[in-house]
Ligand binder design. Structure first.
Ligand code: 13P
Ligand code: ZN
Ligand code: NA
Length: 283
């Protein structure tokens, strides 16, 4: 069923595991993510970026996720990922999204607080939780790019102030994580995460999890991370599935065939991530 991400994440925080937030680009990925959750008896969050919402809007994604989640036994939340304006946040809410992120991480602290607070006000009025971000996640997420020189680690004291002043329900941090695949092995600052966990009581979110080794993802879940975002690895799995099918069947012209192959690859990947996050059998 379609539920609030707050129910999902507070339970994860209490019971000591994390929940995957998987970015969907199309119907097949929505189906793959929910079907992996059903087979794993795991709660799950599906999310869409502003870029994906230019390809298909919030009403269309809500329609697909609502239809699939409505038939599922496991809890499913639909989250706006990296909301880049109060307008887009409001649009997602009107469509029925059950979770909203406003990303003001590129703004100076006071302006980030101001924007986030405004979104928290109207989103909480609808009974929907909000994720904010402090410190920056490196790399590129569709139109949102953070260059290495602009990359800033989250300051734990600032994180505490940000959570208190904005009233956000979840906090995304920058601890050396980056969107997309990494060049080499990422060095996550677990020390910063640990300090932040000591000062902030809300669930913490790890962005940019594609390319982070399983052991490091696991380690972060023991240090306050309750939501882990995966996008690039899903896109990659889908595309590899499609390409492999077409390579083996060069005359294929039925989208159900090659998209179905992509869907199967995404489901396999998501089931693996659920094992890593220890969310299996927690639905
Ligand atoms: P990756 O593409 O690195 O998995 O990052 C996903 C993400 O943070 C979505 O918000
Ligand atoms: Zn992200
Ligand atoms: Na990444």
């Amino acid at each position: 069923s379609l539920v609030s991400s707050k129910d999902i994440l507070l339970k994860a925080q209490r019971e000591g595991y994390a929940v995957g937030a998987f970015n969907a680009e199309n119907m097949e990925m929505v189906q793959a993510i929910v079907s992996a959750a059903e087979e794993s008896s795991s709660p799950v969050i599906i999310q869409t970026t502003p870029g994906s919402l230019q390809y298909a809007d919030t009403d269309l994604f809500f329609g697909m996720v609502n239809a699939v989640a409505g038939k599922a036994k496991v809890p499913v939340a639909l989250h706006l990922d990296h909301g880049n304006s109060a307008e887009l946040c409001a649009k997602a809410l009107r469509s029925g999204y059950t979770s909203i992120m406003i990303d003001g991480s590129k703004l100076p602290f006071a302006e980030n607080v101001e924007l986030t607070k405004k979104v928290v006000e109207f989103t909480h009025a609808m009974g929907v939780p909000v994720e904010g971000e402090l410190g920056t996640v490196g790399g590129k997420e569709d139109t949102h790019e953070v260059k290495d020189s602009e990359k800033a680690y989250t300051d734990p004291q600032e994180a505490k102030a940000f959570a208190e002043q904005t009233g956000v329900d979840f906090l995304a941090v920058g601890i050396g994580n980056a969107h997309g695949f990494y060049q080499g092995v990422p060095k996550l600052r677990f020390d910063i995460l640990e300090k932040t966990k000591g000062l902030v009581s809300i669930p913490i979110v790890l962005h940019g999890a594609s390319g982070i080794p399983d052991e490091d993802v696991k380690k972060s879940t023991g240090l306050g991370i309750c939501k882990v975002n995966f996008a690039t690895e899903l896109r990659d799995a889908f595309t590899k599935g499609v390409k492999a099918f077409i390579a083996e069947n060069p005359d294929a012209f039925d989208p159900k065939k090659y998209n179905g192959a992509g869907r199967a690859k995404v489901k396999e990947l998501v089931m693996h991530k659920m094992q890593v996050l220890n969310s299996v059998n927690k639905a």
